[in-house]
Design a protein around this ligand. Structure first.
Ligand SMILES: CC(C)(COP(=O)(O)OP(=O)(O)OC[C@H]1O[C@@H](n2cnc3c(N)ncnc32)[C@H](O)[C@@H]1OP(=O)(O)O)[C@@H](O)C(=O)NCCC(=O)NCCS
Length: 184
């Protein structure tokens, strides 16, 4: 029996079948079909797709953009260690979706973990990842993966980079050895 090719995650390209993608949330489908490539070309977002091997079928996708949060809007747990800069650097997980044909099979972890890892590897300072959930179900999905809600904006959630670093200690950037403890 032929073995299945492994999953891969790569930048969205012309070879990917965007038209067939359907996650059950029309705005996320049409974003991928009509807007994502343009946002990538204009350096407004990076878009990554999950496929099996080099298949054109998109199983899931996510987008990442640089962002920032005003210091006064930071969750209290992060304020103490954020200096006095008026803006704190963040990575925005703009969109994440899995095609309905593949939902309920644990697929969401692949793009999500890839997004977290990529945020860790940017090579620029990032304090937290933020995401704007489309609805309460989506917010609960992110909570399932340990994202926390902003007290004053319950549809906006965050995950401190320190928590992401703990997930991937081997990817800790210089200055953060042993999963988050600053190098001596
Ligand atoms: C949300 C979405 C990405 C989840 O993908 P999925 O393939 O259905 O989810 P998975 O099978 O990978 O589930 C992984 C885990 O998350 C949990 N989960 C999935 N959806 C959840 C939800 N809405 N609320 C709480 N937990 C959820 C699952 O129970 C599972 O838990 P387990 O690890 O304990 O087994 C997918 O349903 C989707 O694309 N929905 C439409 C778009 C959307 O709402 N995107 C959210 C970002 S705006």
């Amino acid at each position: 029996m032929a073995s299945q090719p492994p999953y891969s995650i790569a930048p969205l390209g012309a070879q990917h079948d965007r038209a067939a993608f359907s996650c059950g949330e029309p705005s996320l489908d049409s974003y991928l079909q009509r807007q994502a490539s343009q946002d990538v070309r204009r350096d407004l977002a990076a878009c990554y797709v999950l496929t099996r091997g080099d298949s054109a079928t998109i199983i899931g996708y996510y987008t990442l953009s640089a962002s920032s949060i005003e210091l006064i809007g930071l969750p209290p747990e992060l304020v103490k260690k954020s200096g006095r800069y008026p803006l704190v650097p963040a990575v925005l997980l703009g969109r994440l979706a899995v095609d309905q044909r593949f939902q309920g099979q644990g697929m969401s972890g692949l793009p999500l973990m890839d997004a977290l890892r990529r945020a860790l590897r940017t090579g620029v300072g990032v304090k937290l990842m933020i995401v704007d959930a489309l609805n309460d179900s989506a917010a609960r999905f992110y909570e399932h993966y340990d994202f926390r809600r902003f007290a004053d904006q319950p549809m906006r959630l965050y995950l401190p980079l320190s928590a992401i670093r703990d997930l991937f200690p081997e990817d800790a950037p210089p200055g953060h050895s042993e999963g988050g403890k600053p190098a001596q």
